[in-house]
Design a protein around this ligand. Structure first.
Ligand SMILES: Cc1ncc(COP(=O)(O)O)c(C=O)c1O
Length: 389
């Protein structure tokens, strides 16, 4: 059957595939990044109230007014400029839509966008949907630091934008000042637009703080800040994200969002406005609980013989499995991840899934740990058995 060429330029998500495999084999699913615990009760109640009340129709395309107001307030502080809910904020259906809308808004067919790899798997397809060319810059294991020279070398006359995700999935990196300075240089020297993905801005370890790149003077006028509620509030299924951008950039994104989805779900936006009112202690609690999960996960991996560095932010860990048993030495990481799922009972994702660049990501799997401690411990019991297999 006929299908447009763009559908052949990316393959089906391996992560969602692993989730289906995990379900079929009753495996503990540490492949896809979603929590197995509930969101705060107050926001669940607020969503139910909104549905029982009168918030069941389309809302304003740019976002439910109370949510946009709350986001404007938060981002006036985070970005250090006067964010106007009527001009600069657009609520979208998840960061996924925000990134796609931004690419459609700023990339012409044939334009290039730089994406650091390993990368969240939705970035490349979003560029392809815009007819653009994703250009990968590798972050090298085991430290996954951004190399300024490699970044600068990726720029061509067709480069129009850089996508920058921090805290980073899947490496767990929180990019430091030196790396951000490299981003500033490449973006300002080449007149690029910076599209950020800050979905993990509230999941940080060891006292790290998140600084939105759009706050930094040289980046202010050229940064599209994309964030979301999926992770901070354990509501990945609600599909809520937002884009905050200076007026001209915002004006380009808004009609794209309008014609893609009209608006994000109204009653869930109403509940999200309630979520935004949660006190700072809520986020402290989130961080404390994630620190516990991370520590349990690291212990589990060490005990099973994986080699991994603790993430600095987000909720993933890339683990080298080359020292531990695999039934076939010739297996690539995808095959190993499938075996982990079907035979060991713990689903993970092969490292190559996060690179388009050949030769990267082998010998590594990614575990996602937004899970109850009991789930992680149960995964640990299963992973411990590997050496006996
Ligand atoms: C870096 C990154 N960006 C975006 C997303 C998806 O975000 P959303 O649920 O808001 O579409 C994820 C989900 O795992 C992610 O890891």
């Amino acid at each position: 059957m006929y299908a447009a060429t763009r559908t052949t330029q990316f393959r089906e998500s391996q992560i969602r595939d692993m989730t289906r495999l995990a379900m079929a084999h009753n495996a503990i699913n540490l492949s896809q990044g979603f929590p197995d615990f509930d969101p705060p009760q107050a926001i669940v109640d607020a969503a139910v109230d909104a549905i029982r009340g009168r918030d069941n129709q389309y809302t304003v395309t740019w976002g439910y007014p109370a949510l946009r107001n709350a986001l404007a307030k938060r981002y006036t502080t985070a970005l250090g400029w006067d964010v106007d809910p009527n001009v600069h904020v657009t609520v979208v259906c998840g960061v996924t839509e925000g990134i796609t809308a931004a690419m459609l808004a700023f990339l012409n067919p044939g334009d290039e966008i730089i994406i650091l790899e390993p990368a969240h798997e939705n970035f490349r397809p979003a560029a392809v949907l815009a007819g653009a060319v994703p250009v990968a810059v590798p972050l090298e294991a085991p430290n996954y630091r951004l190399d300024p020279q490699r970044l600068a070398a990726a720029v061509t006359p067709r480069t129009r934008a850089l996508l920058f995700n921090t805290p980073h999935n899947p490496t767990g990196r929180v990019f430091d000042d030196e790396e951000i300075a490299a981003v500033i240089d490449v973006v300002t020297q080449n007149d690029l637009i910076l599209i950020t993905d800050e979905i993990y801005d509230r999941i940080l370890y060891d006292g790290r703080v998140h600084v939105s790149p759009g706050r930094l003077d040289p980046l202010r006028e050229r940064t599209v800040t994309v964030g979301g509620l999926s992770k901070s509030f354990a509501i990945t299924g609600w599909r809520l994200g937002y884009v905050v951008a200076p007026a001209q950039l915002s004006a380009a994104i808004r009609p794209i969002h309008d014609y893609m989805t009209i608006c994000a779900p109204t009653p869930l936006q109403a509940a999200a406005a309630v979520a935004m009112e949660l006190p700072e202690s809520y986020y402290d609690q989130v961080q404390t609980e994630y620190a516990q999960r991370r520590d349990v996960m690291m212990g589990v991996l060490e005990e099973a013989g994986f080699v991994a560095s603790p993430p600095e932010g987000a909720y993933y860990v890339l683990a080298d499995y080359t020292n531990i048993y695999a039934p076939q030495a010739s297996w690539d990481c995808e095959r190993f991840a499938r075996w982990l799922t079907t035979d060991v009972g713990v689903a993970a994702v092969g490292g190559t899934n996060f690179y388009s660049l050949p030769g990267y990501g082998e010998g590594i799997v990614r575990f996602a740990f937004p899970k109850r401690l009991a789930t992680l411990q149960a995964a640990g019991e299963r992973l411990k058995q590997i050496s006996g297999k």
